[in-house]
Ligand binder design. Structure first.
Ligand code: RP5
Length: 166
């Protein structure tokens, strides 16, 4: 993690979400975008959520990435208490495989948006990329790093499939 002042807040409902949410952190590391990570549960630590969301903008954050599973109220509650854009990541739950998380996060009533990504690690990775894309609107250096990241991804795709090693 960078020692620059964080501009992205990655929050999650539980330690158990970190394996998923680390994918957002990894891509921000790769793009040299400073971020912070916190466990903030809508259900277990509601006062911590209130304090986090209410102070996020004044502390210099620009985008919040919020991941949670099950009855996943964290992204919506955070969005209700901050003017910053909130990207929601549905964490794959054990019982319903994350469909519960997805529906909890995506179906916000009109007036309080949460930009909802895919279930699980792909969603977390894309949340990191989308947060970087938002920041790149105001940062030409980051825009260039994103272009390079995309070009490297394209270059890494083989023309033809190969048999996996036996
Ligand atoms: C949610 O409950 C968390 O976001 C997590 O995805 C889920 C399960 O949490 P643990 O019981 O593993 O702490 O609040």
């Amino acid at each position: 993690m960078s020692d620059q002042t964080p501009v992205i807040g990655i929050i999650m409902g539980s330690q158990s979400d970190w394996e998923t949410m680390k994918n957002a952190a990894d891509v921000l590391d790769a793009l040299n975008v400073p971020y912070e990570t916190k466990i903030v549960s809508a259900h277990r630590t509601p006062d911590r959520l209130y304090d986090y969301a209410k102070t996020a903008k004044s502390r210099g954050l620009k985008v919040i990435i919020a991941g949670a599973g099950g009855a996943a109220h964290l992204p919506g509650m955070a969005a209700a208490m901050t003017p910053l854009p909130v990207l929601g990541v549905p964490v794959q739950s054990r019982t319903l495989k994350g469909l519960d998380s997805l529906l909890s996060i995506v179906q916000m009533p009109g007036g309080v948006p949460v930009g909802t990504l895919a279930i699980g690690s792909a969603g977390a990775k894309n949340a990191g990329l989308m947060a970087a894309e938002i920041m790149a609107l105001m940062d030409d250096g980051l825009a260039t790093r994103l272009d390079d990241w995309r070009a490297a991804q394209t270059a890494s795709v083989a023309d033809e499939p190969v048999d996996p090693a036996l």
